[in-house]
Design a binder for this molecule. Structure first.
Ligand SMILES: *Cc1c(COP(=O)(O)O)cnc(C)c1O
Ligand SMILES: [Zn+2]
Length: 462
């Protein structure tokens, strides 16, 4: 009742659920997981899911904030699901941050995915990919990663022992919080020369040749799990559909999964409104923004699946010729060749979406505001908040519109960026942030250093 299908409407090749593929063998396009919905027990309304209350003893549907919505991603039998308690996240009514963004209090929310077991939204997808890998009998799983995918794969391997984890990370690029997780959880960690785009190319090749299961977001099963981030947003809003979803764009897996979630909910008659989506690139990794633009004509569009592949090819060739490399403090979105570009275009069409880019300065200022509001996040996540602010300023998002920003990763993932921004050490600031054109820290909460005079008073006996 579930199958894989090529998203190219001129191809539409189908594959079985237990086939392991990263792209269509006939035409090279990405694959979707799809369902024969009329043969499946689809709930009549979203309220149905309220019966699965969180807890450790109600089975996997109550333990997991992903598998709670099993009826909307039923690609394998219930009995085969793997879970470590992912997706038990919160939607914060972010009053303090809302005034920074310029949206009315009570209309602005932060979906905090940092609460996942490995500290990022990646666990939503990993539980689904890991379930599939284990089901097809794979012994080893691999990924290329800017850090969070590797942390996520590593924690599933450690906690379940179902597959061994092999992670490929770009040298010198990975934030220490993330690298420390892969090492601590015992993943085989391979630091390659190059950046994420190089690492993904390498791991796709290695995975194919060595028969290792690939868990990057080109894996269509992973994106099924990531749909549930949207289900939880609706759930926490009492099944209201927001006006806007704002998400950072890196490899564009989330953007792809969110669009698919709304396409399906709408097709199944479970929602009667489609939210708009805003995908936010970092200026130093802005391929989607360059190709899609701010909404002007002549730019790349999904076009019912017949998008301009030449335009993409030429753009990528130009990047190669110029040896252009992605460069941003938001390391989780430091990606110039987003693997899910075509699916993200589909999302943008269905959700009447927009794409914007923000500078590293805007990202770090927004990050400081998110922290001051009581939920920390890593730089990439703050891109969504900086993007929302930009969209309100230009009048695209109305100040009364119900808006949800996805905070994709936990604050402790990248402590260097945080300490450099708030700290007093000018050299550390320059070395850490200077190379990203970050020059000021207007929301810095500088630590106070005591003077010799004060020390005499504080410690009279020294
Ligand atoms: C992976 C990641 C992203 C990028 O998400 P995509 O789905 O690849 O666009 C953004 N933020 C964080 C914290 C991430 O780990
Ligand atoms: Zn195809």
């Amino acid at each position: 009742m579930a199958y894989q299908i090529c998203i190219n409407p001129d191809c539409g090749q189908r594959y079985e659920v237990d086939q392991v593929l990263h792209s269509c063998e006939a035409c090279g396009e990405l694959l979707d997981v799809d369902y024969e919905w009329d043969l499946l027990p689809v709930p009549e309304s979203l309220n149905y899911f309220e019966r699965f209350r969180f807890g450790s003893f109600g089975g996997v549907r109550c333990f997991s904030g992903v598998w709670r919505y099993y009826d909307l991603l039923p690609f394998l039998p219930l009995a085969s699901l793997v879970s470590i308690g992912e997706g038990r996240t919160i939607l914060q009514d972010a009053v303090f941050v809302s005034s920074y963004v310029g949206i009315d209090s009570g209309r602005f929310f932060l979906q905090y995915e940092g609460l996942n077991p490995s500290g990022s939204f990646k666990d939503n997808g990993m539980t689904a990919a890991f379930t599939h890998g284990a089901f097809v009998g794979a012994k080893r799983a691999a990924c290329a990663s800017t850090g969070n995918t590797s942390a996520s794969l590593a924690i599933y391997a450690a906690a379940t022992r179902l597959m061994e984890a092999v992670v490929f990370v770009g040298s010198g690029k990975i934030a220490y919080g993330k690298l420390s997780q892969a090492l601590d959880y015992g993943a085989k960690t391979i630091q390659i020369q190059g950046d994420f785009d190089d690492a993904l190319l390498k791991v796709r090749q290695v995975a194919r040749e060595a028969g290792i299961y690939l868990v990057n977001s080109v894996n269509p099963f992973r994106l099924e799990g990531q749909k549930t981030i949207m289900f939880r947003v609706l759930d926490d809003l009492g099944w209201r559909v927001p006006d806007w979803i704002v998400v950072p764009g890196g490899n564009l897996g989330n953007a792809s999964a969110f669009g698919k979630a709304f396409i399906e909910l709408s097709k199944l008659g479970l929602i009667d409104k489609i939210p708009r989506i805003a995908i936010i690139n970092a200026l130093g990794a802005n391929t989607l923004h360059q190709l899609y633009g701010d909404g002007e004509a002549g730019k790349l569009r999904w076009n019912g699946g017949r998008y301009d592949k030449e335009m993409v090819k030429n753009f990528y060739e130009k990047m190669t010729l110029e040896s252009r490399k992605a460069n941003t403090i938001a390391s989780a979105i430091e990606i110039n060749r987003p693997a899910n570009l075509s699916k993200a275009l589909r999302t943008l069409e269905f959700c009447n979406g927009v794409v914007r880019e923000v500078t590293d300065q805007q990202i770090l200022d927004a990050k400081a505001i998110v922290g001051a509001g009581g939920l920390g996040c890593e730089p990439a996540s703050a891109a969504a908040v900086a993007g929302a602010k930009l969209l309100v300023e230009e009048g695209t998002i109305g100040k009364e519109q119900l808006t949800v920003c996805i905070l994709t990763g936990h604050q402790l993932k990248d402590p260097n960026a945080t300490v450099a921004y708030h700290g007093t050490d000018q050299n550390f600031f320059k070395n850490t942030l200077g190379k990203f054109n970050v020059t000021s820290a207007q929301f810095a909460n500088k630590p106070i250093t005591t003077t010799d005079e004060q020390n005499k008073i504080l410690y009279p006996d020294r």
